[in-house]
Write a protein that binds this ligand. Structure first.
Ligand code: AMP
Length: 399
């Protein structure tokens, strides 16, 4: 069965068509600037030429229509008709406490997702627009929703509660939820496979280090803690998000700079993280690694060191949460491609026998064990594949 995976944002829509039985990618692409002048579809059939199709996309329904037209196009399409798409899997950001696993999308499920909109006001409504557009154009195709938060619903109370009045949890569901769940699940399962074990037999720490970054502790196949919270701003220092800070800083900056709460949140979400620590140099780790490589560099050094120290502290904390660890995995943009960051993080972990193999750490593009220690936890680089995880879950549900 072919599964169409949809990841819909407010003005973009990413898609992949995956053969769920062989797990082969058939085609992928991206609709950009939906509802904005200059919209276009970039379409890549596996093994074929990448094609850019410029056309007006006033709304997401038109975007989905263009995707379906491309997939069935007589010249460069990959299926003969829409009958060859057996199911659609939608990436959804926030399922609150309502969704602890993936689910078939029904009218009731859509209402329940809407009830979580408050928790992700930018993302959930955009995800719902994508569902609506697909349901209009493929009314008889079963669809599933896969939530970023669902995998972390197994966190125990002590991991998800904040130290604020309990009534806020009761009234408004203020608690830690965590994100990047499909990535943490995929990578932890792959790590178990690479260890020659089942997920139920392993303690894995997954460091998802991308523009957004989070770490999770996965014990016996279940998430027991993760660094993002009620929103994705908590935890690690990220590209432009601040991660954990003293809540008192908010009031302090507001007074000193005469700013309101919206201004401050913009600073903490868009102007902080490694962009902020580097004094505005860049939120892109490639630039920071380039800076770091220059002789006498201070900014790159300061930024990467501050970032890596925080990652290492979380690794330590999650070893406590799981009473040990079998594998520490690096994934996502920086995790998969940033040898300097991996090296810096692992320097802090030498006390428990972790030692990186420099040659393996410099390799790219394959899942690898990059530590050379026989005893102690293995360090791994694993390419994340959220789309495949979504296709797997969708196929399981629809079958
Ligand atoms: P993601 O959000 O997973 O797409 O990751 C984006 C981040 O990965 C950006 O900060 C990039 O700078 C970083 N990244 C991508 N490629 C490299 C690379 N070759 N070296 C270091 N960082 C990289």
């Amino acid at each position: 069965m072919n599964v169409l995976v949809i990841n819909c944002g407010s003005s973009s829509l990413k898609f992949q068509l995956i053969d769920a039985e062989t797990e082969n990618l058939i085609a992928k692409g991206l609709c950009e600037r939906i509802g904005i002048e200059g919209s276009r579809l970039v379409y890549s059939p596996t093994g074929g030429e990448k094609i850019t199709i410029q056309d007006d996309m006033p709304d997401h329904t038109k975007a989905v229509q263009m995707v379906l037209d491309a997939l069935t196009n007589a010249e460069y399409g990959v299926v003969k008709s829409l009958d060859e798409i057996g199911a659609v899997g939608h990436r959804l950001v926030h399922g609150g406490e309502k969704f602890a696993c993936s689910t078939i999308i029904t009218d009731e499920v859509i209402e329940a997702i809407k009830e979580c909109n408050d928790l992700a006001p930018l993302h959930n409504p955009a995800n719902l627009i994508g569902i609506d557009a697909c349901r209009k154009l493929m009314p008889n195709v079963p669809m599933a929703g896969i939530f970023d938060t669902a995998f972390h619903q197994t966190m125990p109370e002590e991991a998800y509660l904040y130290g604020i009045p309990y009534s806020y949890y009761e009234k408004y569901c203020i608690r830690r939820y965590g994100f990047h769940g499909t990535s943490h699940l995929y990578v932890s399962q792959r790590a178990a496979e690479m260890l020659g074990k089942t997920p139920e037999e392993c303690k894995v720490i997954v460091c998802h280090l991308g523009n957004g970054a989070s770490i999770s502790a996965v014990k016996n196949g279940k998430s027991v803690d993760t660094s993002m919270g009620m929103t994705p701003i908590e935890g690690l220092i990220m590209g432009t998000r601040c991660g954990d800070i003293d809540a008192g800083i908010i009031e302090f900056i507001a007074h000193k700079e005469d700013k309101n709460i919206d201004d401050i949140m913009k600073i903490l979400n868009k102007e902080s993280g490694v962009l902020g620590v580097s004094g505005g140099l860049s939120s892109d780790f490639r630039d920071l690694e380039d800076a770091y490589a220059q002789e006498g560099d201070v900014v790159g050094h300061r930024t990467l060191r501050t970032f890596s120290y925080k990652v290492a502290k979380y690794v330590g904390a999650y070893m406590v949460a799981m009473n040990g660890v079998d594998a520490i995995c690096f994934t996502a943009g920086v995790g998969e491609n940033g040898p300097i960051v991996r090296d810096m993080v692992c320097e802090y972990l030498g006390f428990m026998g972790v030692e990186l193999d420099a040659e393996l750490n410099s390799k790219r593009g394959q899942d690898l064990i990059i530590s050379k220690n026989e005893n102690g936890p293995k360090v791994m680089v694993i390419g994340t594949n959220e789309e495949l995880m979504i296709a797997r879950d969708t196929y399981k549900l629809v079958k």
